[in-house]
Design a protein around this ligand. Structure first.
Ligand SMILES: Nc1ncnc2c1ncn2[C@@H]1O[C@H](COP(=O)(O)OP(=O)(O)OP(=O)(O)O)[C@@H](O)[C@H]1O
Ligand SMILES: [Mg+2]
Length: 578
């Protein structure tokens, strides 16, 4: 409940005014049939036109008041629920921003999206219905009860037969439908995840001609959702025939009892008409309450899913001495072990110890899956080591304020992303206040200035979602420039020039070396040529460091390095032969 407190407090007036106006509107509902009965019994029966007109005018005024209070009630209901939902959405979103990579891995992106959108919408609908009907319905129920007793206690007893019957039926329906709703919600989750994945990766799907497979996959999840929806809703729609039966049986009983009274002259027709209206109001109110309870069970499932996000304690905590600054940019690993899944036997990083001096250029090579990306992700605390220490500037990264750490370490991730907007807007992610000269300088180092200036709009060129209208190599160079604009002390590039031709790759490295003098540069590369002139090359295999030194040292001492080197020479040889 605590998660709603702040938002309810902020919008408290909606939570008071909404139900209040709805109660006022409901009061009109049970006064109207009463006046109507008077008009029929006293006005129409005696042909008293002034009486009919006077009471008719009262009815019109009450109806206008009901319209107004109904509109106001609905307005505050919608406002209160929408604002609460927006606040909650903000909280969940902010919480997700604090998540570490492992927290995100645990929830999965698709599920987090569903929680921010669909689950919060369920809560919003529930609050809206609550504000509209939760107070109004009991008032209508009690009001209609009192009025019908006031009209004719002789037949009002009939209601007591029908209410328990309807109550029991509602209870049964809710009890059966609510678990089905939980399952339905999970199916919506799978649908969202499935559709998200297919739409985001539509290009890959097309290039692998996997449309049929995707269609079948979609059919399966869509079918499962439909099946569960039908299963939940068929219980829900049972409510309608059950209440119709209740209304009809009760009406029949009332007409039967009242008809005999009318025939002997002990009851008037107007009273019967009003009585039937009250009866339908009672049943409508009961129906509405049942619906709120049903919606409530659905919202409760969503509430639980939202709480899971909000109550997550991010695995990586920002600690340390806030005054600590990174001055040089040295990096050290001391006996570091790391696993993504803590219950697995083999570590992804297995007793890593290494030391990188500030200002140098260090290359990391090794077969795919050997742990290179994992290794560098520990430096800026995208993940924390299970044991051992990662030190930057001589201090454990856990003792450096997160902001200081991440501002001073620029990482060009292997799977990097650009955002929709202009090239300049994307570059300014690195430095909000970067001038045109700063951007041009960074782009020159990253060899991106050439292609940017060839665009008619230059730095103001709009790039589509995810940099959709740029080539792979262009995207990579922009990502490098964006990272350079951070003016980092440590610059890490994870396979960031894989889509760039060899000559440009060499130019980027040359510029990095010449112009980023005091910056520690760590470059992960598949091609040995990309790191051959590095001050130090680290060779990884199976999560271990199997070699460390310059190219010539490693050629002598490291078998893994020689293997990679010779395999690439052969490839080059084959390419040359072609
Ligand atoms: N987010 C993750 N969750 C679970 N396991 C992961 C995750 N990322 C990587 N792994 C696993 O950790 C191991 C090392 O992966 P890593 O990405 O560090 O390799 P790499 O050397 O960078 O490979 P590549 O050259 O292909 O980029 C692999 O076995 C991989 O399956
Ligand atoms: Mg990698």
């Amino acid at each position: 409940m605590s998660k709603y407190k702040e938002h309810i407090k902020k919008n408290f007036y909606c939570f008071i005014l909404g139900p209040l106006f709805m109660i006022l509107e409901a009061s009109g509902e049970f006064i109207l049939p009463f006046i109507n009965a008077n008009i029929i019994n006293d006005g129409a029966a005696n042909g008293d036109i002034p009486y009919i007109l006077r009471y008719g005018a009262y009815m019109a005024i009450i109806a206008a008041g009901m319209l107004l209070t109904g509109i106001l009630g609905a307005f505050y209901g919608v406002r209160g629920s929408a604002r609460t939902a927006a606040g909650l959405r903000r909280d969940v979103f902010r919480k997700i921003q604090t998540f570490s990579f492992s927290d995100i891995d645990r929830f999965s992106t698709g599920s987090l999206i569903t929680r921010v959108t669909n689950d919060i919408t369920q809560i919003q609908t529930f609050i809206q219905n609550l504000l509209r009907g939760f107070f109004r319905s009991p008032v209508m129920l009690i009001g209609a009860f009192i009025m019908s007793f006031k009209l004719s206690p002789d037949i009002a007893w009939v209601i007591f037969i029908i209410v328990p019957f309807l109550g029991a039926a509602t209870f049964f329906i809710i009890k059966t439908a609510s678990p089905r709703y939980t399952v339905m919600q999970e199916r919506i989750d799978s649908l969202n995840t499935g559709v998200g994945e297919s739409v985001t990766n539509i290009k890959v799907i097309k290039s692998f001609v996997r449309e049929e497979h995707e269609k079948n996959k979609f059919r399966a999840i869509n079918g499962a959702l439909m099946e569960k929806t039908v299963s939940a809703l068929k219980m829900m729609i049972l409510m309608q025939p059950v209440s119709a039966l209740a209304v009809n049986v009760t009406t029949l009983m009332v007409v039967w009892v009242a008809g005999r009274k009318i025939m002997v002259g002990s009851m008037e027709i107007g009273t019967l008409t009003a009585f039937i209206t009250y009866l339908s109001q009672i049943l409508t109110a009961l129906n509405f309450l049942a619906n709120i309870f049903l919606q409530g069970t659905r919202a409760a499932a969503s509430d639980k899913r939202i709480s899971e996000v909000l109550e997550t304690v991010p695995e990586i905590k920002d600690g340390g001495d806030s005054s600590r600054r990174i001055e040089s940019g040295s990096v050290e690993f001391r006996n570091v072990f790391f696993r993504y899944f803590k219950d697995r036997e083999t570590p992804v990083l297995d007793n890593i110890s290494l030391s990188i001096d500030p200002g140098g250029l260090v290359g990391i090579v090794g077969p795919t899956g050997s742990g290179k990306s994992t290794l560098i992700s520990l430096i800026s605390r995208l993940y924390d080591a299970d044991s051992g220490e990662v030190l930057v500037d001589g201090a454990n990264v856990k003792d450096i304020p997160m902001r200081e750490l991440r501002e001073n370490i620029a990482v060009v991730l292997q799977k990097n992303t650009l955002f929709s907007g202009t090239i300049a807007e994307n570059l300014r992610w690195g430095d909000e206040n970067a001038s045109a000269e700063d951007m041009e300088k960074a782009c020159r180092i990253a060899c991106a200035d050439g292609f940017i200036s060839s665009f008619p709009d230059g730095y103001d060129t709009e790039i589509g979602q995810g940099g959709g209208n740029l080539s792979g190599g262009q995207k990579q160079r922009l990502c490098i420039a964006r990272a350079l604009l951070k003016h980092p002390k440590i610059m890490i590039m994870d396979d960031s020039t894989s889509a760039v031709d060899t000559a440009t790759d060499a130019s980027i490295r040359k510029a990095l070396r010449e112009q980023l003098d005091g910056v520690t540069k760590i470059i992960i590369a598949q091609r040995i040529a990309s790191v051959i002139d590095a001050d130090m090359i680290i060779v990884m295999n199976g999560g271990k460091i199997t070699g460390c030194g310059t190219h010539s040292e490693l050629m002598k001492s490291c078998a893994d390095y020689r293997d990679i080197y010779y395999s690439q020479c052969e490839d080059d040889g084959e390419e040359d032969a072609v």
